[in-house]
Design a protein around this ligand. Structure first.
Ligand code: HEC
Length: 133
């Protein structure tokens, strides 16, 4: 009887640890806008098929207003959660591509390679590069 009781207590503890962990992670994931279940995420073009009709710079703008402007602002200057002011960025287009692909560790600037193709990252990098001119 004692053993059953211990097993019960142990699994109860494990279940509560697991649910606490999940709560914290999903809170973080929604804050940092990380896909919680990455495999379920389509590419940007799957969700917004109309962008295949657009020119590269229009594509960049559409991606920016959908994924980036809530931190960076439509003019690149909003700076929410410590987001860089894109009008004073000294990064080259290549450095921007690299950052958008990999994200910036320990900041909410995450990697966007799950939902954006290489071409789309290039388009949005070129679009934000215009802010710095
Ligand atoms: C959740 C908020 C958030 C979102 C969404 C976001 N960013 Fe950022 N971004 C940041 C933060 C914070 C930094 C600063 C990172 C650092 O200090 O290393 C940053 C930095 C950058 C920089 C570096 C500029 C520089 O010179 O330092 C670029 C370029 C950039 N973001 C582009 C984008 C693009 C493009 C998107 C959309 C695909 C995007 N960001 C979405 C928060 C965000």
């Amino acid at each position: 009887m004692k053993l059953i009781h211990q097993i019960f207590q142990c699994s109860y503890l494990l279940a509560s640890l697991l649910s606490i962990g999940l709560t914290i992670y999903s809170g973080y994931a929604s804050f940092a806008d990380k896909p919680i279940f990455p495999k379920d995420q389509g590419t940007f073009e799957k969700d917004y098929p109309e962008i295949s009709e657009l020119s590269e710079i229009e594509k960049g703008e559409r991606i920016f207003t959908t994924l980036c402007s809530r931190c960076h602002g439509n003019d690149g200057k909003k700076g929410l959660f410590g987001a860089s002011d894109l009008t004073t960025s000294t990064y080259t287009v290549e450095q921007k591509v690299d950052l958008i692909t990999k994200g910036s560790p320990l900041t909410v600037m995450r990697s966007f390679k799950k939902e954006l193709s290489g071409e789309e990252i290039q388009a949005v990098a070129k679009y934000v590069h215009q802010f710095a001119k």
